[in-house]
Design a protein around this ligand. Structure first.
Ligand code: SF4
Length: 699
């Protein structure tokens, strides 16, 4: 009899429910789960092709030490000894974990606990730093906590949906399907797309604002001024629930300044401001075009300022909405899996919170200050300050900015552990110890999507070879480092129960994240757990689905903060590097293609690395349509196919970040991106890179 398992897609932050069926012959098929409230049965191309990407080709099946097969005991003992020796000789800050939004919450929880609670340092950062850390920082500045206030259904209930720096059609396809279907049912629903590129998402837009790169702060600071001058401010909400309005207004920009900085036609800017002002139900979604910027946090706060000023937050069809890129970026935030966060939304900088977590974990030590964020972490590796590094479920040799320097740093690091499912990733080949992890369909735990919905990923396939869960690997190393009692987990349900208990421990300072209702969950209830949105405090049956409609922010005075934001100069081009390179994603590939690259169907969508450029730019520099274009930044060169299209603005290029040198020579786009970061969040600026472009001539 075929066996069906309800699980969750492992790709984007939409977090679609999937039903996987294993047939009598062992063949796997997938379909969307009609009961899952995030997708109601829908799947996108990537989700539909999941069964094509789970073969065992290229899998790591046994632990390896220096390229030779070893036992688990030998490998884990070596890892524990090397980490312990580095800590003993050089201190706790000499070791680091670099983890991933692909990890399940249970994996993330154990990694964070081991590093912050028992090593006593905070050097655990994640590839989610590259994805949404500016949103986290913006939320914390405005709300006093990292809280996404809305739900997906708000997009369907809105009168106006603003998509800022979000190619929803390709990067969150099922959410796009929900929005497009709502718009088809209700033509009064307007969509505004803010993106320098005319993306596929812009095809359903009533208004596409092709702003100059990185001018979102000016756009929304100008909107803030307009709201004030149009008498559209919700004075009652502002007076009762916010502070800092006058300072934010003083810093806001005039219409002429917004026009000049964004480069938009006056009619378009006026129309956007009119739509936002006159539509009662407004949702503003923002994603990597906002976050991946040296002014990413200010962009987020410029957006939040406009929603706070109008009181359009937390009510049906209203609110700012940060869309996470990865399947468990939100779960990582919940357990504090970033270098500047603690656990259960508690603050690393708060002595009270640190003491609360320390007592809960029953550990004598806890990290006392933030650790190294992703770019700084690899810089520390390059400088020899990190003596032992553990990389889990991510491929920084391709995905980090200045990827070539990251590769050199990893190669020079004295001890590198990589836990992954594939043996030949660009990062795994530099590992001293390679640990075989479980892949999708084999692992068992929870993930949280962009709307704070926690769903189960369940196993329906046997573990291949000796592969084991990431949480198990971490716990075994923790035990071998001398922390046996704290890491005595036998199954993921125990970790989830502990995580839920911590979220409710001593009311954890009264913060928003509370799943205390699940603190005592046993294995059977965990196995049966259906998708739910947090918070779910103990004793309260009904979960809230929105935050802040009646205030209740998490700063000490209960009020939100307006943040005074000032537009920065966004033009990085110069005579040597006259083009702006914008990096991003395509519809049918995921990150560095280690899984989606296995599907012929997905690879047929776009078969090779490319760069989009405007026809007049192509003509001027002599690049023929479908010819090869060489893109150069001060850090290196890439050679890709030229896709000449007027979807691209003049003076700019777009190139996806998926391909690496494994798939095509000189295609590693992130190797061109400098390690420039947002000063608040530490998120790299991957969307606005000054480059030169020319026809490629073979030497
Ligand atoms: Fe998976 Fe995202 Fe596609 Fe849903 S929209 S099926 S979560 S990739």
């Amino acid at each position: 009899m075929p066996v069906e398992t309800k699980t969750t897609c492992p790709y984007c932050g939409v977090g679609c429910g999937v039903i996987a069926t294993v047939g009598d012959d062992g063949a796997v098929t997938v379909r969307g789960d009609p009961d899952h409230p995030s997708n109601y049965g829908r799947l996108c191309s990537k989700g539909s092709a999941l069964a094509e990407t789970i073969d065992l080709d290229g899998r790591i099946l046994h632990p390896e030490i220096a390229g030779r097969q070893s036992t688990w005991d030998e490998a884990l003992t070596l890892v524990a000894e090397k980490f312990s020796a580095a800590i003993a000789e050089h201190g706790p800050d000499s070791v680091a974990f670099y983890v991933s939004g692909q990890l399940l919450t249970e994996d993330y929880y154990v990694a964070n606990k081991l590093m912050k609670g028992f090593v006593g340092a905070a050097n655990i950062d994640t590839n989610s730093r590259l994805c949404m850390s500016s949103s986290v920082a913006g939320h914390r500045r405005a709300f006093g906590s990292d809280t996404v206030p809305g739900s997906y259904e708000d997009l369907e209930l809105a009168d106006l949906v603003v998509l800022a720096g979000s190619n929803l059609a390709w990067c969150h396809p099922v959410l796009y399907q929900r929005l497009a279907a709502a718009k088809a049912r209700r033509p009064g629903l307007k969509v505004v797309v803010i993106d320098p590129r005319r993306t596929m998402t812009a095809d359903i837009a009533d208004l596409h604002l092709a702003i100059r790169p990185d001018t979102d702060v000016a756009l929304f600071a100008g909107l803030f001024s307009h709201l004030v001058r149009s008498d559209a401010v919700d004075q009652n909400f502002v007076a009762a629930h916010t502070t800092g309005f006058a300072e934010a207004f003083a810093a806001a920009v005039s219409f002429p300044e917004a026009l000049e900085r964004t480069g938009l036609p006056a009619m378009q800017l006026r129309e956007f401001y009119r739509l936002f002002t006159q539509s009662e139900k407004v949702v503003t979604c923002y994603s990597q075009g906002v976050n991946q910027s040296s002014s990413g946090t200010d962009k987020v706060n410029a957006i939040l300022n406009c929603h706070l000023a109008t009181g359009r937050i937390g009510r049906p069809g209203m609110g700012p909405f940060s869309l996470t890129g990865q399947p468990n970026a939100m779960g990582g935030r919940e357990v504090g899996g970033l270098a500047n966060m603690l656990a259960a939304h508690m603050a690393l900088e708060s002595a009270e919170d640190r003491d609360r977590v320390r007592r809960f974990w029953q550990t004598p030590t806890i990290a006392g200050r933030p650790g190294l964020k992703a770019v700084d972490l690899f810089q520390a590796v390059a400088e020899g300050r990190i003596k032992a590094l553990w990389i889990m479920a991510t491929n920084p040799v391709v995905s980090m900015p200045d990827a070539g320097a990251v590769e050199a740093a990893i190669r020079a690091c004295p001890f590198v552990v990589v836990s992954d499912i594939l043996k030949e990733t660009d990062t795994a080949r530099h590992a001293h110890v390679l640990l075989p992890s479980l892949g999708w369909g084999e692992k068992n735990g929870t993930v949280t999507n962009s709307e704070r919905r926690i769903s189960r990923q369940r196993d329906f396939l046997p573990a291949p070879g000796a592969a084991r869960a990431d949480w198990w690997q971490l716990a075994e190393v923790g035990r071998r480092m001398g922390f046996a009692r704290a890491f005595a987990y036998e199954r993921p349900a125990e970790i989830f129960a502990e995580h839920a208990a911590l979220s409710a421990f001593e009311n954890h300072g009264g913060r928003d994240f509370d799943i205390g209702a699940h603190a005592g969950i046993g294995s059977a209830a965990y196995d049966a757990l259906g998708p739910f949105q947090w918070p779910q405090p103990a004793g309260r049956a009904e979960a809230e689905t929105r935050f802040f409609a009646e205030g209740g922010f998490y700063h000490a005075d209960g009020k939100a903060r307006f943040v005074a934001v000032t537009p920065a100069d966004a033009d990085r081009t110069n005579a040597a590097y006259p083009f702006t390179l914008n990096t991003g994603r395509i519809r049918d590939q995921w990150h560095t293609m280690t899984r989606t690259g296995k599907s012929a169907r997905l690879s047929a969508h776009i078969a090779e690395p490319f760069a989009e450029l405007h026809p007049r730019d192509a003509l001027e520099i002599g690049v023929a349509p479908a010819g090869l274009v060489e893109i150069e930044s001060p850090l290196g060169r890439a050679v890709v196919r030229a896709l000449v299209t007027d979807r691209q603005a003049r003076g700019s290029l777009f190139a996806p970040m998926h391909w690496n040198d494994q798939y095509a020579a000189k295609a590693r786009i992130d190797a061109l991106v400098p390690p420039l970061t947002d000063r608040v969040s530490g998120q790299p600026a991957s969307k606005n890179v000054a480059v030169a472009a020319r026809p490629f001539k073979a030497a």
